[in-house]
Design a protein around this ligand. Structure first.
Ligand SMILES: *Cc1c(COP(=O)(O)O)cnc(C)c1O
Length: 390
């Protein structure tokens, strides 16, 4: 069957697993025992897809980028997750997990957020479902991302500034885990990417796989075949990439190119190129590649794009890279900015800075004229306008 999917024990090759404190064991075990049953339940599927259609606005279009295709002499399609409600692919995951939490009888939702995108998506679905919502966010990020904090407040969520460590995403995640330990029975922890202990990476990948299910159908209509030659996506924790490639994981004629953030350069000491620079360790409950010092201290990542500066990588992607199923390119700040301005001028689409890293691949790889390429535009650029202006 599928070598690249998760094993019964929660591993992708040597990566994954559930390395969690004793007090969370029964919670994570319970989630592991019910998630597949719930996700595959026809009533769950009906409600999930109705919300994706009427609330999120799916299917997201698969757009043939004519001028970009001319410029790079190949056939480029853009999967438009930027057109979703709240502006990125994160809402797919938030809807899937809130429906799951309801079915597990949970009444209180917690989440961590870095730039605030996952926090806003979670606060949005909590408003929709009338659930209590607490979002942990590093104090540095609270100050940097005021607009998203305001949105979460307006949606009725409580945003808790975290003042430990560097006061960024890693510290917010630790705090969310601490909260979950104190409130294991009524609280559900919505994780925003394909990270964390098993079953989260697999669960988030399955929920986001709606992206590749749609690509199959849309390509069949537009090209007469349901697969591309290449799939391209950016990786932070890896959820938009997992969604984009999920249905093609076993189909090795479809090549996978992933873009991670090189920040100021892979060897500059200021980067988030986790797959290139990471070594095996445990972060947020999973064994994976992470940026750490020789004595195992997590190194603070850096990228111009807040959504990509996570010091780890989802275990699925650590395995895909290690086995050679994916090719991972490191795109730096400058290359991503150039690609963002280029897409804006060629196609009239202002992408999120994260998605711009995926677009940066076109300057590094040569494609053939009949190559069909599908690239995931994971989000829109509204949140990044201040950076673009500077
Ligand atoms: C959060 C975010 C990402 C990175 O997260 P993944 O889990 O790697 O997809 C990418 N793009 C956008 C627009 C985001 O908001």
């Amino acid at each position: 069957m599928n070598d690249f999917n998760v094993s019964e024990a929660g591993y992708y090759g040597e990566f994954g697993g559930a390395y969690i404190p004793e007090i969370l064991y029964s919670n994570v075990e319970n989630l592991k025992n019910v998630y597949l049953k719930i996700l595959n339940d026809p009533e769950f599927q009906r409600e999930f897809h109705a919300l994706l259609r009427d609330y999120v606005g799916r299917p997201s279009p698969l757009y043939w980028a004519k001028r970009m295709s001319e410029k790079y002499a190949c056939r480029i399609y853009l999967k438009r997750e930027d057109l979703n409600h709240t502006g990125s692919h994160k809402i797919n995951n938030a809807i899937g997990q809130i429906l799951l939490a309801q079915r597990m009888g949970k009444t209180r939702i917690i989440a961590e957020t870095g730039a605030g995108q996952h926090g806003v998506a979670t606060a949005t679905v909590c408003a929709l479902m009338n659930m209590e919502c607490v979002v942990y966010m590093g104090k540095t990020d609270v100050e940097r991302q005021k607009l998203n904090v305001r949105k979460m407040n307006m949606l009725g969520a409580k945003v808790v500034p975290v003042t430990s460590g560097n006061m960024t995403l890693k510290d917010a995640t630790n705090e969310a885990i601490r909260d979950w330990c104190c409130n294991p029975s009524n609280t559900y922890y919505v994780i925003g990417s394909t990270v964390g202990p098993h079953p989260y990476p697999d669960m988030v990948a399955r929920i986001q796989s709606v992206i590749s299910k749609e690509i199959k159908q849309q390509l069949a209509e537009k090209e007469g075949r349901d697969y591309p030659d290449y799939l391209i996506a950016c990786v932070g924790g890896g959820s938009n990439a997992a969604g984009t490639i999920y249905e093609y994981l076993n189909d090795t004629k479809v090549k996978i190119i992933l873009a991670e953030a090189a920040g100021k350069g892979v060897d500059s000491g200021e980067s988030a190129a986790t797959i290139r620079l990471g070594t095996v360790g445990i972060i947020h409950g999973a064994k994976t590649l992470l940026m750490q010092t020789e004595d195992g201290q997590i190194q603070e990542p850096y990228s111009i794009s807040a959504g990509l500066d996570y010091p780890g990588i989802g275990p699925m992607h650590a395995n895909l890279a290690k086995t050679g199923r994916s090719e991972v390119l490191a795109i730096d700040d400058r290359e991503a900015l150039k690609a963002a301005f280029e897409l804006t001028r060629l196609e009239g689409i202002i992408p999120a800075l994260e998605s711009a890293h995926a677009l940066g691949v076109f300057d590094k790889k040569q494609f053939k004229p009949d190559d069909i390429i599908v690239l995931c535009i994971s989000g829109r650029g509204d949140k990044d306008m201040e950076t673009y202006i500077r």
